[in-house]
Design a protein around this ligand. Structure first.
Ligand code: SAM
Length: 279
């Protein structure tokens, strides 16, 4: 009887197909070697409830390791926000009216300095920083550590040789830097230097120059950022290794702000006028 049961069990076994395995590929590549091996071994087993549960637990574990842990230090707070399916659907609707990228179900990480949300890893933040992540090359200077969201892909780029980050808040450095170092691995972490200073006043060493310079110290996209941007560009223009400087040195959402400023002038809006997604 036992033999028959084993036999029947064998007949009913369902395995992951090659096509289904291929769907795991993008995720698989982002896992550590050990976790990748564990996933590969699980994908060879017959798909029974305990195997599903094990795969889910493995992916949840890996995902949580990638998140910066919640914490509080010197008035700086990191919080996780769980976005449910229902909330994401509602956001999708709002986003389509307001013209921003909707959040997806999952966990968002938010960085607060006092009561101001300085940064989150929402899709719009990723999109609005993607130009810099793509262009960063050689020796890179960044003003504003935030969640280190742009830092992770930039440190992992082969053609990036060093990254210097200037951050005003010590609490941000204490909460974020250790996670980034662990996350990018020893070799890439060795490229990173974080300096605790006000980037608007910080003086680089004599002769220090960079290939790419990025200013991202603001919580919102508002025309009030433009005076800081002007100061930054004036102070750092001679710190660029290459020309044209406008290509290699830029500030978060500067193009959108310049366009908005031009529209305000053209149509005679009040200087403080904000339109659309501008706050
Ligand atoms: C929008 S976040 C930066 C986001 C970051 N690019 C990322 O990928 O997560 C702005 C950061 O700039 C910092 N900051 C604000 N004013 C600053 C200043 N004057 N000098 C240096 N850092 C500043 C804030 O504490 C915050 O960490």
């Amino acid at each position: 009887m036992a033999e028959v049961l084993i036999h029947l069990d064998g007949v009913k076994k369902v395995f992951v197909t090659d096509e289904e395995k291929r769907k795991f590929e993008p995720l698989r590549h982002r896992l550590a070697l050990e976790d990748r091996r564990e996933l590969d071994a699980l994908l060879q087993l017959p798909l029974k409830p305990h195997v599903y549960a094990h795969i889910k637990a493995l992916l949840d574990r890996c995902f949580h390791r990638r998140l910066i842990q919640e914490g509080e230090k010197d008035g700086v707070t990191i919080k996780h926000l769980v976005v449910t399916e229902a909330a994401a659907k509602f956001e999708q609707l709002r986003a389509s009216f307001k013209g921003y990228t909707p959040v997806e179900p999952g966990t968002l990480t938010q960085l607060y300095v006092g009561n101001t949300m300085m940064m989150s890893d929402a899709p719009d933040e990723k999109r609005s920083n993607s130009g810099f992540m793509y262009r960063a090359t050689g020796d890179v200077l960044i003003a504003g550590l935030g969640l280190g969201m742009v830092l992770v892909p930039v440190l992992k780029k082969e053609d990036v040789t060093s990254v210097t980050v200037i951050e005003l808040n010590k609490g941000v450095i204490d909460l974020v830097e250790p996670h980034i170092r662990k996350h990018v691995g020893k070799k890439n972490a060795a490229k990173l230097t974080v300096i605790h200073a006000d980037a608007l006043k910080w003086k680089p060493q004599n002769g220090a120059k960079w290939d790419t310079i990025y200013f991202d110290i603001w919580p919102h996209i508002t025309l009030d950022n433009l005076p800081d941007i002007t100061v930054f560009k004036r102070r750092f223009a001679k710190r660029l290794k290459r020309k044209p400087s406008s290509y290699w040195m830029f500030a978060w959402q500067e193009d959108a702000l310049r366009y908005q400023q031009q529209q305000n002038r053209r149509y005679g809006y009040e200087p403080g006028f904000r339109c659309g997604t501008f706050r």
